[in-house]
Design a protein around this ligand. Structure first.
Ligand code: FMN
Length: 185
Protein backbone atom coordinates (compact mmCIF):
# COMPACT_ATOMS: atom_id res chain seq x y z
CA UNK A 1 0.00 0.00 0.00
CA UNK A 2 1.21 3.46 -0.80
CA UNK A 3 2.01 5.98 1.91
CA UNK A 4 1.10 8.86 -0.44
CA UNK A 5 -2.54 7.89 -0.41
CA UNK A 6 -4.59 9.02 2.60
CA UNK A 7 -4.59 6.25 5.22
CA UNK A 8 -8.37 6.47 5.75
CA UNK A 9 -8.95 5.86 2.04
CA UNK A 10 -6.59 2.87 2.00
CA UNK A 11 -8.24 1.40 5.08
CA UNK A 12 -11.60 1.71 3.38
CA UNK A 13 -10.49 0.22 0.06
CA UNK A 14 -8.34 -2.71 1.14
CA UNK A 15 -11.07 -5.03 2.54
CA UNK A 16 -13.61 -4.07 -0.15
CA UNK A 17 -15.89 -6.84 -1.43
CA UNK A 18 -14.98 -5.89 -5.00
CA UNK A 19 -11.61 -5.77 -6.78
CA UNK A 20 -10.26 -2.21 -6.74
CA UNK A 21 -7.08 -0.56 -7.93
CA UNK A 22 -5.72 2.98 -7.64
CA UNK A 23 -3.00 4.26 -9.93
CA UNK A 24 -1.18 7.52 -10.31
CA UNK A 25 -2.77 9.94 -12.77
CA UNK A 26 0.73 10.92 -13.85
CA UNK A 27 3.19 9.28 -16.24
CA UNK A 28 2.46 5.64 -17.08
CA UNK A 29 -0.24 5.29 -14.41
CA UNK A 30 1.68 2.99 -12.11
CA UNK A 31 -0.36 1.14 -9.49
CA UNK A 32 -0.33 2.62 -5.99
CA UNK A 33 -2.77 0.39 -4.14
CA UNK A 34 -5.16 -2.48 -4.67
CA UNK A 35 -7.83 -4.22 -2.61
CA UNK A 36 -7.41 -7.78 -1.38
CA UNK A 37 -10.01 -8.92 -3.92
CA UNK A 38 -7.83 -7.63 -6.75
CA UNK A 39 -5.16 -10.12 -5.75
CA UNK A 40 -7.73 -12.88 -5.38
CA UNK A 41 -8.90 -12.13 -8.94
CA UNK A 42 -5.52 -11.90 -10.64
CA UNK A 43 -3.34 -14.26 -8.59
CA UNK A 44 -0.52 -11.72 -8.33
CA UNK A 45 1.13 -10.79 -5.03
CA UNK A 46 1.16 -7.10 -4.05
CA UNK A 47 4.94 -6.78 -4.64
CA UNK A 48 4.56 -7.96 -8.22
CA UNK A 49 2.09 -5.29 -9.26
CA UNK A 50 2.50 -2.15 -7.16
CA UNK A 51 4.60 0.35 -9.10
CA UNK A 52 3.73 -1.24 -12.46
CA UNK A 53 1.07 -0.54 -15.09
CA UNK A 54 -1.97 -2.84 -15.05
CA UNK A 55 -1.60 -3.62 -18.75
CA UNK A 56 0.61 -6.54 -17.73
CA UNK A 57 -2.65 -8.39 -17.04
CA UNK A 58 -3.27 -8.39 -20.81
CA UNK A 59 -0.19 -10.47 -21.57
CA UNK A 60 -0.32 -11.18 -25.33
CA UNK A 61 -3.96 -10.19 -26.00
CA UNK A 62 -4.33 -7.48 -28.65
CA UNK A 63 -7.34 -5.77 -27.03
CA UNK A 64 -7.08 -2.98 -29.60
CA UNK A 65 -10.57 -1.54 -29.23
CA UNK A 66 -10.82 -1.61 -25.41
CA UNK A 67 -7.30 -0.22 -25.04
CA UNK A 68 -8.15 2.65 -27.38
CA UNK A 69 -11.21 3.40 -25.22
CA UNK A 70 -9.13 3.35 -22.05
CA UNK A 71 -6.47 5.61 -23.59
CA UNK A 72 -9.19 8.01 -24.71
CA UNK A 73 -10.50 8.24 -21.15
CA UNK A 74 -6.99 8.68 -19.69
CA UNK A 75 -6.20 11.42 -22.20
CA UNK A 76 -9.41 13.37 -21.72
CA UNK A 77 -9.92 14.92 -18.26
CA UNK A 78 -13.45 15.96 -19.24
CA UNK A 79 -14.51 12.31 -19.60
CA UNK A 80 -15.69 11.16 -16.19
CA UNK A 81 -15.44 7.43 -16.55
CA UNK A 82 -15.12 4.46 -18.87
CA UNK A 83 -16.36 0.91 -18.77
CA UNK A 84 -15.22 -1.86 -21.08
CA UNK A 85 -14.72 -5.59 -21.47
CA UNK A 86 -11.05 -6.48 -21.87
CA UNK A 87 -9.20 -9.79 -22.13
CA UNK A 88 -6.90 -10.40 -19.16
CA UNK A 89 -4.93 -13.33 -17.77
CA UNK A 90 -4.37 -14.45 -14.23
CA UNK A 91 -0.80 -14.99 -13.13
CA UNK A 92 -1.12 -18.72 -13.90
CA UNK A 93 -2.10 -17.89 -17.51
CA UNK A 94 -5.85 -18.54 -17.20
CA UNK A 95 -7.68 -16.07 -19.47
CA UNK A 96 -10.76 -14.14 -18.34
CA UNK A 97 -12.85 -11.29 -19.65
CA UNK A 98 -12.52 -8.39 -17.26
CA UNK A 99 -15.30 -5.83 -16.93
CA UNK A 100 -13.11 -2.84 -16.18
CA UNK A 101 -14.46 0.42 -14.73
CA UNK A 102 -12.24 3.49 -14.47
CA UNK A 103 -12.84 6.98 -13.09
CA UNK A 104 -10.85 9.72 -11.35
CA UNK A 105 -10.10 10.77 -7.82
CA UNK A 106 -9.37 14.47 -8.24
CA UNK A 107 -7.61 16.66 -5.74
CA UNK A 108 -9.52 19.78 -4.62
CA UNK A 109 -7.04 21.87 -6.59
CA UNK A 110 -8.61 20.52 -9.78
CA UNK A 111 -5.60 18.54 -10.94
CA UNK A 112 -6.35 14.84 -11.41
CA UNK A 113 -4.51 12.95 -8.74
CA UNK A 114 -5.42 9.29 -9.08
CA UNK A 115 -7.18 6.89 -11.39
CA UNK A 116 -9.67 4.62 -9.66
CA UNK A 117 -10.55 1.24 -11.18
CA UNK A 118 -12.59 -1.85 -10.46
CA UNK A 119 -12.37 -5.26 -12.09
CA UNK A 120 -14.80 -8.17 -12.39
CA UNK A 121 -14.46 -11.54 -14.14
CA UNK A 122 -17.65 -11.42 -16.18
CA UNK A 123 -16.73 -14.45 -18.29
CA UNK A 124 -17.17 -16.83 -15.35
CA UNK A 125 -20.18 -15.14 -13.86
CA UNK A 126 -23.95 -15.03 -14.17
CA UNK A 127 -26.30 -12.10 -14.83
CA UNK A 128 -27.50 -11.87 -11.21
CA UNK A 129 -23.93 -11.94 -9.87
CA UNK A 130 -22.99 -9.16 -12.29
CA UNK A 131 -25.94 -7.10 -11.01
CA UNK A 132 -24.81 -7.74 -7.42
CA UNK A 133 -21.29 -6.62 -8.32
CA UNK A 134 -22.63 -3.49 -9.98
CA UNK A 135 -24.61 -2.58 -6.89
CA UNK A 136 -21.63 -3.27 -4.65
CA UNK A 137 -19.38 -1.05 -6.81
CA UNK A 138 -21.97 1.75 -6.77
CA UNK A 139 -22.15 1.50 -2.98
CA UNK A 140 -18.34 1.44 -2.71
CA UNK A 141 -18.15 4.68 -4.70
CA UNK A 142 -20.90 6.37 -2.68
CA UNK A 143 -19.40 5.39 0.69
CA UNK A 144 -15.92 6.36 -0.46
CA UNK A 145 -17.04 9.90 -1.31
CA UNK A 146 -17.15 11.37 2.25
CA UNK A 147 -13.97 9.50 3.26
CA UNK A 148 -12.07 10.87 0.26
CA UNK A 149 -13.54 14.33 0.80
CA UNK A 150 -12.07 14.43 4.34
CA UNK A 151 -8.70 13.96 2.65
CA UNK A 152 -9.34 16.69 0.07
CA UNK A 153 -10.20 14.33 -2.78
CA UNK A 154 -13.28 14.41 -5.01
CA UNK A 155 -14.65 11.10 -6.30
CA UNK A 156 -15.63 11.79 -9.91
CA UNK A 157 -18.21 10.11 -12.11
CA UNK A 158 -21.42 8.32 -11.29
CA UNK A 159 -21.32 4.63 -12.07
CA UNK A 160 -23.23 3.83 -15.24
CA UNK A 161 -24.70 0.51 -14.26
CA UNK A 162 -24.82 -2.32 -16.77
CA UNK A 163 -28.19 -2.04 -18.50
CA UNK A 164 -28.35 -5.64 -19.68
CA UNK A 165 -26.39 -8.03 -17.46
CA UNK A 166 -27.46 -11.12 -19.40
CA UNK A 167 -26.17 -9.68 -22.70
CA UNK A 168 -22.90 -8.57 -21.11
CA UNK A 169 -22.26 -11.99 -19.55
CA UNK A 170 -23.16 -13.70 -22.83
CA UNK A 171 -20.76 -11.46 -24.77
CA UNK A 172 -17.94 -12.12 -22.29
CA UNK A 173 -18.51 -15.87 -22.42
CA UNK A 174 -18.33 -15.77 -26.23
CA UNK A 175 -15.09 -13.79 -26.06
CA UNK A 176 -13.63 -16.34 -23.65
CA UNK A 177 -14.77 -19.29 -25.78
CA UNK A 178 -13.18 -17.72 -28.88
CA UNK A 179 -9.96 -17.19 -26.95
CA UNK A 180 -9.90 -20.75 -25.65
CA UNK A 181 -10.54 -22.22 -29.09
CA UNK A 182 -7.72 -20.06 -30.52
CA UNK A 183 -5.41 -21.36 -27.81
CA UNK A 184 -6.25 -25.00 -28.43
CA UNK A 185 -6.00 -24.67 -32.24
C1 FMN B 1 -6.06 2.15 -11.97
C2 FMN B 1 -5.99 1.38 -13.27
C3 FMN B 1 -6.40 0.06 -13.29
C4 FMN B 1 -6.35 -0.66 -14.48
N1 FMN B 1 -6.74 -1.98 -14.45
C5 FMN B 1 -6.63 -2.72 -15.57
C6 FMN B 1 -6.97 -4.08 -15.57
O1 FMN B 1 -7.41 -4.65 -14.57
N2 FMN B 1 -6.84 -4.76 -16.73
C7 FMN B 1 -6.39 -4.18 -17.89
O2 FMN B 1 -6.29 -4.86 -18.89
N3 FMN B 1 -6.06 -2.88 -17.92
C8 FMN B 1 -6.16 -2.14 -16.80
N4 FMN B 1 -5.84 -0.81 -16.83
C9 FMN B 1 -5.55 -0.18 -18.13
C10 FMN B 1 -4.10 -0.23 -18.56
O3 FMN B 1 -3.26 0.11 -17.48
C11 FMN B 1 -3.84 0.76 -19.73
O4 FMN B 1 -4.28 2.03 -19.37
C12 FMN B 1 -4.55 0.32 -21.00
O5 FMN B 1 -4.01 -0.92 -21.42
C13 FMN B 1 -4.47 1.34 -22.17
O6 FMN B 1 -3.18 1.75 -22.37
P1 FMN B 1 -2.09 1.03 -23.34
O7 FMN B 1 -2.72 0.84 -24.67
O8 FMN B 1 -0.95 1.99 -23.31
O9 FMN B 1 -1.75 -0.30 -22.69
C14 FMN B 1 -5.88 -0.07 -15.65
C15 FMN B 1 -5.44 1.27 -15.62
C16 FMN B 1 -5.51 1.99 -14.46
C17 FMN B 1 -5.03 3.42 -14.46
Amino acid sequence: MNPDLPAALLDYLRPSRVALAIASAEGDNHLLAVSDRFFALTGYDPDELIGRNCRLLQKTAANEEPRARLREFLGNPAQENVRTLIVNFRKDGTPFVNLLYMSRLRSMGGKPSYIFASQFDVSRSQPDLLSDYDQELGQTLRRMTPIASEAGIVVEGTLLTIANSAATVAQAKMMLAALESEESA
